[in-house]
Every structure is written in C-alpha cells, then in structure tokens.
Write a protein that binds this ligand. Sequence first.
Ligand code: SAM
Ligand code: SF4
Ligand code: SF4
Length: 343
Amino acid sequence: MSAVIDQLGRPLGTLRISVTDRCNLRCRYCMPEEEYTWLPRSSLLTFEEITRLATTFAQLGVHTIRLTGGEPLLRRDLDQLVHSLVRVAGIHDVALTTNGLLLAGHAERLRAAGLHRVTVSLDTLRPERMAEFARSAHHADALAGIAAAQAAGFEHTKLNTVVVRGFNDDELVALARFAHERGIEPRFIEYMDVGGATGWRSDLVFDRTAILERLSAAFGPATPESKHADPHAPATRYRFANGLVVGIIASTTAPFCRDCDRARLTADGMYYRCLYAQDGFDLRRPLREGAGVVEVEQLIRTSWGERRDRGAEERTELADRGVLVQLEGLKADPRKEMHVRGG
Ligand code: SAM
Ligand code: SF4
Ligand code: SF4
C-alpha cells in the first residue's frame, strides 16, 4: 500500500488518538460545563482495535502517533497500548499529551513500554489559579508528574500552556523559565474557538505577537527557527539569546492548515480529517462488522484523498467570529468537543 495525498497536496503523517473522553480536570477553555454526556463504555475501541487501525493508518503514511483525550492516563494500562503501537511497522514516534496529574505513577512504565515523548499541559504555576481555572486541587501532582517524566529519562519533553488574556498571560515568563531550567521546551498556544470552548471571545486571545512581546521584554529579541526539520509541526519555534527556545502555536490568528498532516481518531472509533470538521467517518462499525483491512484502508484512503479541510484558516476569514459550536450543538454531538475529539 502507498501513502496518500489530499486535495491540497498534504500527506497523511500524524494520527492523534483520543483514548478516553473522561478527564480529571475541567479547564475552562475545554470543559467549562457542569455536566457532560460520556461515550458509552461499550463503544470504546479496545487496544487491539486501536492497534489494528493504527496499522492501517501507518500503511497510508502515518509515522507519528500522539495519544490524547480527555486525559489519556485515565485509560487503564495505557502502557500496554504504547507497547503495541511502537511495534507497528512505519510508526517511528509515539507521544503522549497529558495534564500530568497521574504521570508520576505511570512515567516509568510508559518509558519501559517504549513511549518516545511526553507533552505536559500546565497553564499556571499557582495552585490557587489551577483550582479556579481547572477546578482541581492537584497542582502538586502535575509538578510531580513533570519531575517523574524527567526522572524516567524522557527527552524532548514539552510544556503546553494555553494563554488566556487576564488569566495567565502574566505567567509567561515564569512558565518559560520553569520549563527551560528543566530542559523542557515551553509552548504557548493561542486560545482556540473550537470544541467545548463555549466561553471563547476574541478579546481573551493573547496572540503570538503579544506572547513574543512579553517574552522579549524579559529575554531580549527572538529569532524564528527554520521549520525545515518538520514542516508539518504546528508550532513555530523562537530562540532567545540565553538559549531558551519557545514554541508558539498560533492556531487562532495565524493557522497552519496548509501544512497539516493530522488525522484524529476518537475513543469510539470516529475518524476526523480536521479538528474543526463537522463530520467524521465511523471506523468502529466496519471493524466490528468484520470488514477486512483492505476495506478500512480504502475508506481512509478515499476520504483523505478528498480532504480539503482548513478549518482554522476559514475561521480567520469570518468577519464576526464567535464560538464554533454552541452548547446545544455540543450536547447533540459530544464528538464536537475537544476532549472527545482529542486536542
Ligand atoms: N488532557 C490532556 C491535556 O490537557 O494535555 C490531553 C487532551 S487536551 C484536549 C490536549 C491539548 O488541547 C491541551 O494541551 C490543551 O491545553 C489543549 N486545548 C484544549 N482546549 C483548547 C482551546 N480551547 N484552545 C487551545 N488549546 C486547547
Ligand atoms: Fe484540560 Fe486536557 Fe482535560 Fe481538556 S482534556 S479539560 S485540556 S486536562
Ligand atoms: Fe489541520 Fe484542521 Fe487544525 Fe487546520 S484546523 S491545522 S486543517 S486540524
């Protein structure tokens, strides 16, 4: 089987697999509501089913897998899935995005299973802010998770921070220092209007220019790094004179759809060609109805071949930009939520 290219010339290269829709945080930009409709447990793909689909995606060009959620470490025995995925032919890189709360108890086993990289999401260094913003008193656990990842020997670890104006924009320098001191690359993400971000407003976006200004005031001028090594990477990286390198993901004001090689798989087996896509493709049904590898492969090949998605870029063209999906729409189809689709 050969690799597949979409209508805009973009290959299929990365697969983001959401392994659960559950989460132990309630970040205001992702899960702000009191109640959610959860995917039925019987609908969740087994590890064997996920590995079969990953194998098919790999045959079509996927080389990188990122495990996400919800909070992926809530999925029991995740290291067993990692163990299988790193053995899939063509997969060179298996990474995990986690809020870190449970990482201390899992880091060593994940490393032993062959996980290549970890990204920890941390929006604040202040426990009281996390309590207010993510409804959790477990800030110390997130810090312990980061330390455990370091102790387990993970390299190229990243720290993801969603920057929300008036909430944590005053911590950018402290977060950058915190990461840099630990040999971790800080990455600042613009607040996106996607999925469960029902509280999104354009004035809450602290954009790339503002992020760079804030960092330059502390660290001096920044030089952009070439994207040569990975043209499909969502972050633009900037280097400061003290050696600090910061990634900025400007998904809201300067999206990078033209280079996007990412497909998404929900925990219940829906495949999406874009984070912003309104419709996906059910891969669980054919899998459970006994379809062969060739049939599932053909479905993915055809749909990727027809792909024209550039969701974030289209949002920037709107004159009056609000949230992508209203609350009623999210309730009617939870797969439109970021925590279900996998951020
Ligand atoms: N729970 C894990 C975590 O937080 O790392 C993995 C899933 S989470 C959906 C993946 C990433 O999406 C996180 O880094 C999170 O900060 C980001 N994210 C969620 N909602 C977002 C939004 N509205 N704008 C920008 N990034 C968002
Ligand atoms: Fe926060 Fe990640 Fe949970 Fe969303 S899925 S609420 S970003 S920890
Ligand atoms: Fe890719 Fe869609 Fe995000 Fe654009 S909006 S970068 S096409 S996932």
